[in-house]
Design a protein around this ligand. Structure first.
Ligand code: PLP
Length: 288
């Protein structure tokens, strides 16, 4: 647990003392915390491999951006860095998922609640090797929702993920494993916990982040790999027809890294296995 996660302190020993190791199976959060009663807070999840937190700074930057979008005080990033350092050091597992949370705290208390949760990461070999079936689902918002209605918080990584989870149940009802959201005006957005990446020959495309979607850190690392290996990359609007026409489609996310899509809305499709294997190898071993 992080004592006063929006503090402005920078003294290293004071920051270290602000991290309290806690057993996640014991009660830690008040039933009055607005995270519990309203889902009012933000989070990040990153991958830690052999003690190294992948894309740590982009995740911290996105945490700060989500705080800004929710009018929360800025998180103390040095305190989160210290919490992550201690959490990773306390685990013997080589592959960890690390969750960072900041909530609005108890109503009226004027202090946020924050913690870092470190857990052994699940095994994604099956999905990474054999791919996933996805369905496209209407998100119900226009692609320009972040500009027209910023209070809807599209593009912030809030704790209110009940919808992001309910769509997995809808996918299962339709015989699929995952989802790609489409805007109400017909543009490809993102997965409920991932970024969509399309391949057209030696060119990779992902939906631009001005469409009320998250700037994916795994997708950014995939593009880094592509740029360094003779492929070109592009952020732009993408139509559902292009999803079907693409040579490959992947879902990119921090802990799963990239998973290839082998079916969209009941239509089987292939993927570039050579590029997939090479990029996945880069992603799981990256140290940046
Ligand atoms: N989009 C949404 C809605 C997400 O929840 C996530 C990750 O959880 C992503 C995209 C992918 O982001 P990242 O690659 O940083 O994990």
């Amino acid at each position: 647990m992080l004592d006063d996660p929006t503090q402005t302190g920078t003294d290293a020993s004071a920051l270290a003392a602000s991290v309290r190791r806690a057993d996640p199976s014991d009660p830690q959060i008040s039933v009055l915390d607005l995270a519990v009663t309203r889902g009012d807070g933000i989070f990040e999840t990153l991958d830690a491999i052999d003690g190294f937190g992948q894309a740590l700074e982009p995740h911290l930057a996105r945490l700060s951006n989500s705080a800004r979008l929710l009018d929360l005080p800025a998180p103390c990033l040095d305190l989160y860095r210290e919490g992550i350092r201690q959490g990773i050091a306390a685990s013997t597992h080589p592959r960890l998922s690390v969750k960072l949370v900041l909530t609005r705290g108890i109503e009226g208390a004027g202090r946020c609640t924050g913690w870092v949760f470190v857990d052994p990461e699940p095994d994604f070999t099956e999905a990474r090797t054999h791919g996933l079936k996805v369905v496209t689902l209407d998100r119900g918002y226009r692609h320009d929702v972040a500009q027209t209605s910023p209070w809807l918080l599209q593009g912030a990584k809030t704790l209110s993920y009940a919808v992001n989870k309910s769509v997995y149940r809808e996918a299962e009802r339709r015989g699929a494993d995952d989802v790609i959201f489409i805007s109400s005006d017909g543009f490809v957005l993102e997965g409920p916990t991932s970024t969509a990446v399309l391949q057209f020959g030696r060119h990779l495309v992902t939906p631009s982040t001005d469409q009320g979607i998250l700037a994916g850190t795994a997708q950014a690392a995939f593009f880094e790999y592509a740029d360094a290996n003779g492929l070109t990359t592009e952020y732009r609007t993408v139509t559902p027809d292009e999803l079907h026409a693409a040579d490959s489609v992947w879902l990119a996310s921090s802990v799963r890294q990239i998973v290839p899509i082998v079916e969209i809305d009941g239509v089987a499709r292939g993927f570039d296995a050579e590029l997939h294997t090479a990029a996945l190898d880069y992603l799981v071993t990256r140290r940046s």
